[in-house]
Design a protein around this ligand. Structure first.
Ligand SMILES: Nc1ncnc2c1ncn2[C@@H]1O[C@H](COP(=O)(O)OP(=O)(O)OP(=O)(O)O)[C@@H](O)[C@H]1O
Ligand SMILES: [Mg+2]
Length: 424
């Protein structure tokens, strides 16, 4: 997508008692050549700011916050939570000592999107800053800026968990909510079903596009894309399973890099494969959505795949968003079990509603467009959070009490399941 529009300067605030971090942030901001400006800066500690009203911050309304966590990261994490509630969509980059797993979980819950190690310099801060800018929808370089859209990849380490349904509905809702140019890419190369879930009969598919990729441009791309009545564009999976087997990881890397320059959101659905093309779709993702159900098999697979996810997204997994589908409060695995197994917080839950979901998929009418069912509502909340359009702070999950108090029989079965998981 080409744009001649002059972009607004992104407002950043800097909270750091540590001079080295402050200098490195300024270098990283200077490197953006005017796209970002630090308009508010303080050397107060998070602890001091927690005790005083942060009125100047409120008035300045930053889009990005850089913060040095200092020796007591808990204070900084708490401050981040307060500020991200006051400024929905705020991108938070922190630097600090190595965080423990519980601290990392809290940091993510507080809305911290990037953690740079204390030893990190300008380069690491720049990389984090670019990711946050992409999330804010800001391109790179000069006045005529190269557009770089956000890539959101959906994956499930177990088949049939509802991954494609979530990816499709989130993609549609993101477009409806933001009116941004959105492409759904079906990278289930063998048995992709997104087009049929949307009631589409595409003329071409991904492999057709790859065959002509050497001469691809914005105009040619349109002939491989199907337009859905919602306004979302769709790049279909190959029609027969054997066609997709020839696709390489390099081809996926190139095509994703091309597509993100054409669209604001590139929403990619994958299959449960961990073959190189699937990993190539996960690697460039700004956010990697991992969809799971709350059962032992799903969690076992998750546990086995975590090293691969961390290899892709970095040890701390900041780009990973955990989605629990078919959530029921009395499931044998609790949300806490999941979080402890994976070491990451749950980003969202979606209710179990087989009848409504299967009817929508079978009739090719995406739920989010035509239903007030709870599942559709939850997808809307999820998309609002992804787009940074969350209006109010909702409880992270609907059923806090269900989480704390199971029935006696559930508790017994949960303990047995946990035991089995520990030995998985
Ligand atoms: N929230 C839900 N509640 C109940 N059933 C659901 C829910 N989400 C999905 N399903 C059902 O799960 C089945 C699989 O859904 P979907 O194709 O989206 O999963 P998937 O993880 O992409 O599967 P695959 O491994 O085949 O790609 C469908 O029959 C669908 O109706
Ligand atoms: Mg699928």
């Amino acid at each position: 997508m080409k744009s001649n529009a002059k972009q607004e300067i992104v407002r950043a605030a800097l909270i750091a008692a540590d001079e080295t971090f402050r200098a490195a942030v300024h270098e990283a901001v200077d490197a953006t050549e005017g796209r970002v400006e630090v308009g508010l800066e303080t050397d107060a500690t998070p602890d001091a700011l927690l005790r005083e009203p942060v009125t100047p911050l409120k008035e300045y309304d930053p889009q990005i916050l850089f913060m040095a966590l200092g020796d007591t990261p808990e204070d900084g994490i708490r401050l981040a939570g307060t500020l991200s509630r006051a400024h929905p969509g705020l991108g938070i980059v922190v630097s600090g000592p190595e965080l423990s797993q519980p601290q990392l979980l809290e940091a993510m819950r507080a809305g911290i999107s990037e953690v740079v190690p204390d030893s990190g310099g300008q380069e690491e801060i720049s990389e984090s800053l670019e990711r946050v800018l992409r999330k804010l929808g800001v391109g790179v370089e000069g006045t005529v800026r190269r557009h770089v859209g956000r890539v959101l990849t959906f994956f499930s380490p177990k088949g049939g968990t509802g991954c494609s349904t979530v990816a499709m509905n989130v993609g549609i809702e993101l477009h409806r909510l933001t009116n941004k140019k959105t492409l759904l890419v079906d990278l289930d190369l063998e048995l992709g079903e997104i087009a049929s879930f949307m009631g589409l009969k595409p003329r071409f598919h991904l492999v057709d596009l790859l065959k002509n990729f050497h001469r691809m441009d914005e105009d040619l791309l349109t002939s491989y894309i199907e337009r859905h009545e919602s306004g979302v564009h769709v790049l279909s999976a190959p029609f027969e399973p054997e066609i997709g087997q020839s696709v390489s990881a390099d081809e996926i890397t190139s095509v994703v890099s091309f597509l993100r320059r054409q669209y604001d959101y590139v929403v990619i659905d994958t299959s449960k494969s961990l073959a190189p093309p699937a990993l190539a779709a996960m690697r460039p993702a700004d956010e990697l959505f991992l969809v799971t159900n709350l059962d032992l098999c799903s969690l076992r697979n998750f546990k086995r795949c975590m090293p691969i996810f961390k290899d892709i997204t970095g040890e701390k997994g900041e780009r990973i968003r955990l989605i629990v589908n078919r959530y029921a409060k009395n499931a044998l695995v609790s949300l806490d079990d999941l979080e402890n197994t994976v070491g990451l917080p749950v980003f969202g839950t979606l209710t179990n509603d087989f009848h409504t979901v299967i009817e929508s998929l079978s009739t090719g009418r995406p739920l989010v467009l035509q239903s007030n069912a709870r599942y559709a509502q939850e997808i809307k909340n999820l998309a609002a959070r992804i787009a940074g359009r969350e209006q109010q702070v909702r409880p992270r999950r609907g059923l806090v009490f269900g989480r704390l108090f199971g029935t006696r029989s559930t508790n017994g079965a949960r303990a047995a399941t946990r035991e089995a998981l520990n030995h998985a």
